[in-house]
Structures are given as C-alpha cells and as structure tokens.
Design a protein around this ligand. Structure first.
Ligand SMILES: [Fe+2]
Ligand SMILES: [Fe+2]
Length: 270
C-alpha cells in the first residue's frame, strides 16, 4: 500500500491574480470550496495527531510506512491551503472568527472531550468523506473552469485523498475493529463537516452580500440536486461505508480517476 502513496510538494504560487469568485465566477461554488480551505489546515493537523497517537501500536510495517506517507501528504495539504488564507484576507474577508470557530470545534471540543480511539474513528470517517468529495469533484470535472492555480490545488488534493483513502481506515481496524465505532465516527464526521461547511459558506456569501441572491440559490441547487447532484451521489458513496465488509481499497474504480487526473509518471512534483 505505502508504495502507492507518494508525498509531493507542489508549492503553489497564489501571488498570481486570483479572482474573488475563482470558480466559474460563481460565488456559491467558490465559497463552498473556500469553506474547505478554511477547514483543512486545522482539520488535517487533527487527522495527523489522531494517527500519530497510534503509530507505536502499529505492528504491520507496510501500514506504518503508509501512515507516515499519509502524514506527509496531509501536512502538505494543510501548508498549501493555509497559504491561500492570505489571499482571502487580502480580498477583504474577515476569516479570523471562522478559523477560531473551526479550532474551537475540532481542536478544543473534540480533542478535549473524546477518547483517542473515537478521534481515530472520526478521522477514518472524515477520510471517507474527503475521498467521497474527491471522487465526485474529479469525476464531475468540477474544477474544469477554475482559475488554473486553484484547479491544480484542488485536483492535486483530491487525487492524494483518493490515493491515501485506506490509511486511517486500516489504522482504525488494526487497533479497534468495532463496526459500531466505525459508523459512529462516520456519522459524527458528517455532522461536523456538513455543519461547518454550511456555516462557513453562508458566512462568506453573507460577507459578499450575496447570500440570498437568485444566482446563489440557483448555483446551490445545481451543485446539490440538478447539474452535479452532489447530494444523491454523496448519499450513495456515504452508504458504502456502512456495509460491514467495506474496505476503501475495494473501490477500484477510483484508480482510473487517479490515472486520468494525475498520470503516475508526472506526479513527482517534489
Ligand atoms: Fe488532505
Ligand atoms: Fe486525507
């Protein structure tokens, strides 16, 4: 498994001109993606800590190497998305209250009030959701019309989420194989991710004074129910995780997405 996970250091340059609404000139689509950028640096550091707490208990050498590669990839995701926060500030968005809220929920509330094994189940759940979003985003060509550097950022991240999709799941299974805990982790991850994304997207649209505009509502309907059908597709992928025999590596159709978006020979960006 580990040899399939390649940590890369793309070092994106966000100093180029990036429009305020960089995805199809759509405030809704842009801020939905910006909400992920505001969540990722805190969220991914949490994923890393959740895995690190169990590293010493991993006896399988292949899984240990995969976990190390997972940590390197997530650390780089956090670094690259964190760099774009400067752009959001320069564009005039007040993002500090958002970052504080994300930190309060993930770092303070979750880490101070739940067990390490629950945090690991939660991370495995989050990883299923990021892989789910990556699958939909890449297969839908969601970033096709984005400003090039943002297209590269999100497609690189999506591709690596698919690449390391099994690691947190395997670490969880190796220390706690309870089906109940796995499902509790997924449902909790869904509640946190969807709640924070909805709040952050709405907040950024509100800062633009575009929250209740007709185009915003139309784009929201397009993304979730009409053109991209994120909601029904996500529901179907979400429920795969509930199958007791589920394993992320069985999702072999995802490998073709990796080849399509990131041919292996051109992935060594570091
Ligand atoms: Fe990531
Ligand atoms: Fe991930």
């Amino acid at each position: 498994m580990a040899n399939k996970i390649t940590p890369r250091r793309p070092n994106f340059d966000f100093s180029v001109e990036i429009p305020r609404h960089w995805l199809e000139s759509s405030p809704f689509k842009t801020h939905l993606c910006n909400s992920f950028t505001l969540l990722f640096p805190t969220g991914e550091k949490f994923f890393i800590r959740s895995i690190q707490k169990f590293m010493s208990r991993l006896e399988n050498e292949e899984l240990r190497l995969a976990a190390k590669a997972f940590i390197q990839q997530e650390a780089q995701h956090a670094i690259e998305h964190d760099k774009f926060l400067k752009n959001l500030r320069e564009q005039g968005y007040d993002i500090d209250p958002i970052l504080k809220l994300v930190d309060e929920v993930i770092t303070k509330f979750v880490e101070n009030n739940t067990s390490q094994s629950f945090q690991l189940a939660l991370t495995a759940g989050f990883e299923h959701l990021t892989s789910l979003l990556a699958e939909i985003g890449l297969s839908e060509n969601f970033f096709q019309e984005a400003t090039p550097v943002m297209k590269s950022l999100f497609e690189w991240h999506a591709m690596e989420e698919i690449e390391h999709r099994a690691v947190a799941f395997d670490v969880l299974q190796s220390v706690d194989s309870s089906y109940r805990h796995r499902v509790a982790g997924l449902i909790s991850a869904y509640a946190i991710l969807s709640g924070l994304c909805a709040l952050v997207t709405a907040n950024l649209l509100w800062q633009d004074k575009l929250l209740f505009k007709k185009k915003t509502i139309q784009d929201g309907l397009d993304v979730f129910f009409l053109k991209h059908q994120l909601f029904p597709k996500a529901l179907s992928i979400f429920t795969r995780y509930l199958k007791p025999s589920f394993h992320p590596e069985d999702e072999s159709h995802l490998e073709s997405l990796l080849v399509r978006f990131y041919p292996r020979e051109s992935t060594e960006v570091a």
